[in-house]
Design a protein around this ligand. Structure first.
Ligand code: SF4
Ligand code: SF4
Length: 231
């Protein structure tokens, strides 16, 4: 069997390209996680060895990074992650002669459950707000991943980090639609709020007189922004 590729060098490259956090997990471990056992997994994921997970910090002060538009990639933050992934793919080929495949964002579109992958790669833990909470940036990150047919040194899961244990639950209190009222995250309730956001977009005046006004959707992030971790 080929030796595992060194994660330090790979992480250094990803960070130099603009990623905020980087980690790796074995595909076999990922496939054993509850979400991946419950839902069908694409063949190419099953055949791969490792998943490299990248996080990009989404600072509250730069909220437009997370605004949805009609361009490919949907948000500026996601487009930046895609660009980093593409550069890394070329670098893997040139440096290690290894094919890295960029995974789509959604698991149901032949991707993986990115939150599970990030936890296994040691980037953070799942908080009471049902989001990945990282020590460095709290939940204010967005994720993408690459699939590799070589073993990488695995970097997780994280030990000794459980920020919700001693927290008053600021995220739960911040939700405008009580999506956590029953003690667990309710996607259907959260979806109601997101639909409200869609019907009330951010209006951006065009810098050019006569050009049409642009609209972007700022989805609710209150449970994310209320979290004090990583501030
Ligand atoms: S606000 Fe508190 S309970 Fe909520 S995710 Fe952050 S640390 Fe956990
Ligand atoms: S995104 Fe908004 S509506 Fe959805 S759970 Fe978080 S705070 Fe509630």
């Amino acid at each position: 069997m080929d030796p595992a590729l060194p994660i330090e060098k790979i992480a250094a490259r990803a960070l130099s390209l603009g990623a905020s956090l980087v980690g790796a997990a074995h595909v076999v471990t990922l496939l054993a996680s509850p979400s991946h056992r419950r839902y069908p997994v694409d063949r190419r994921v099953c055949d791969a060895r490792s998943v490299l997970v990248l996080a990009l910090a989404h600072d509250e002060a730069k909220s437009e990074m997370d605004w949805w538009d009609n361009r490919p990639g949907r948000t500026p933050g996601n487009r930046r992650l895609i660009k980093i992934n593409r550069k890394l793919t070329k670098w893997f080929r040139k440096t290690y002669a290894v094919e890295a495949k960029e995974l789509p964002y959604h698991a149901h579109q032949r991707g993986v459950f990115l939150k599970d992958a990030a936890v296994l790669a040691g980037l953070g833990v799942v908080g009471k707000n049902n989001l990945l909470v990282t020590p460095e940036y709290g939940p204010r990150v967005r994720l993408r991943a690459l699939l590799l047919d070589r073993h990488l040194q695995c970097t997780g899961p994280l030990a000794g980090f459980s920020p919700c244990d001693a927290c008053k639950g600021f995220c739960l209190q911040a939700c405008p639609i009580e999506a956590f009222a029953g003690g667990a995250y309710r996607h259907d309730r959260c979806r109601q709020q997101l639909e409200k956001n869609e019907s009330d977009p951010v209006v951006l005046a065009s810098p050019v007189v006569g050009m049409p006004t642009r609209f972007k959707i700022a989805y609710c992030r209150l449970c994310e922004l209320a979290c004090p971790v990583g501030r």
